[in-house]
Design a protein around this ligand. Structure first.
Ligand SMILES: NC(=O)c1ccc[n+]([C@@H]2O[C@H](COP(=O)([O-])OP(=O)(O)OC[C@H]3O[C@@H](n4cnc5c(N)ncnc54)[C@H](OP(=O)(O)O)[C@@H]3O)[C@@H](O)[C@H]2O)c1
Length: 336
């Protein structure tokens, strides 16, 4: 029987609640420690989820917390400093996507990981851990020819209502490294890089909103023999399916972020649903994957998976940065 992973959390929004429920379902983690900027929020979250200690001071959380693994679900621009603190304190890091905003930060994190070989690092990109994604990978390997792909993930954000009302929520703020590419586009970037590797050239055409971030955008990734188009939006909905093209056949995906249903369409237009697993909690597959590696990091498969995810995280970070550079989209504190 694996030992239980002691979990600490940063951030108390619904996504942390969802992750905590996923880890409960996985039966591999014990939530022990909760950090929030506000004592009331920390108490409520800890009480609801059975954590034993709360902190309102981040340094005290890392100095004194009994946890061995931290889940970071703060606004994007805070991930870097928080992950650094975690590594310095010997805590495994599970950081929400997008992990970091530029390659300098990513390189520094990787150097720190090299200096702390017992610390594990995971970017919580839930889509690539799902059984439906693995079905896409297997079907793609069976296509004789690849003629490119189009991935769409667009969901109107209730927080855009706040933008329309004159406010600037973190997810739509340059100060907090927000925007559609960072928030939803990153899933499509993960799809593309995990399935096709790094492109040769990229272009990004953002649709900017009042706060200066991209509310919506289209990215084109150019590979030697085909291109992959990414569409994502937080200011509109879309029901467009995503597709990976063979010569006459194709793989059709209902939604490139949720990946609820995957269909193979053969050259005679016969359609076969090849995967439609809906997990009880969308974060369960990643929670299980991370626990498997944390509990036995040196097992061959676990080590290979870990290195693969770490490499993928670095590639995605680089590609996201390159897309922003192409569009001259800079966060607060970045040089133009
Ligand atoms: N995997 C997924 O499906 C998924 C879904 C949604 C979001 N996410 C990711 O999760 C992360 C958090 O997103 P979110 O939308 O929940 O962000 P958010 O609501 O802006 O903030 C998350 C938490 O961070 C703390 N926080 C908020 N503003 C802060 C500030 N100015 N300074 C310091 N702490 C602050 C708050 O916790 P306290 O008040 O308790 O301190 C809050 O609950 C992002 O990286 C996002 O990309 C992932």
């Amino acid at each position: 029987m694996d030992k239980m992973i002691k979990l600490g959390t940063i951030g108390t929004n619904w996504i942390t609640q969802q992750f905590v429920e996923a880890v409960k379902l996985s039966k591999s983690y014990d939530l022990t420690s909760v950090y929030s900027r506000h004592e009331d929020t920390a108490k409520t979250f800890a009480g609801k989820n059975g954590a034993t200690e709360i902190f309102t001071d981040l340094n005290a959380f890392f100095d004194d917390g009994v946890f061995d693994t931290v889940y970071i679900a703060s606004p994007n621009s805070l991930h870097f400093e928080q992950a650094k603190l975690a590594i310095l304190h010997g805590k495994n890091v599970i950081v929400e996507k997008p992990a970091f905003t530029n390659q300098k930060q990513m390189a520094q994190i990787q150097e720190m990981l090299a200096d702390h070989p017992d610390v594990l690092y995971f970017e919580a990109a839930r889509n690539i851990h799902t059984p439906n994604f693995h079905a896409i990978e297997a079907q793609l390997a069976d296509l004789d020819t690849v003629q490119g792909a189009e991935f769409t993930y667009s969901k109107y954000s209730s927080r855009y209502d706040q933008v329309l009302a004159g406010k600037e929520p973190n997810v739509f703020s340059l100060k907090y490294a927000g925007g559609a590419l960072q928030d939803l586009g990153v899933y499509t970037v993960y799809d593309a890089v995990a399935l096709f590797g790094m492109p040769q050239e990229v272009a990004y055409f953002p649709q900017l909103i009042r706060t200066g971030v991209d509310g919506k955008g289209t990215a084109i990734l150019s590979y030697p023999e085909y291109s992959v188009t990414l569409n994502f939006s937080k200011v509109s909905n879309s029901h467009m399916t995503s597709e990976i093209y063979g010569l006459k056949d194709l793989i059709s995906i209902d939604d490139a972020g949720e990946l609820r249903s995957v269909t193979y369409v053969d050259e005679d237009n016969n359609k076969q649903v090849i995967a439609n697993t809906i997990d009880e909690n969308p974060m369960l597959p990643e929670a299980e994957d991370f626990a498997r590696v944390i509990n036995d990091p040196t097992a061959k498969q676990n080590h290979e998976d870990y290195e693969n995810w770490r490499q993928l995280s670095m590639y995605v970070n680089k590609l996201m940065f390159n897309l922003r550079q192409d569009a001259h989209l800079y966060f607060v504190g970045e040089e133009a």
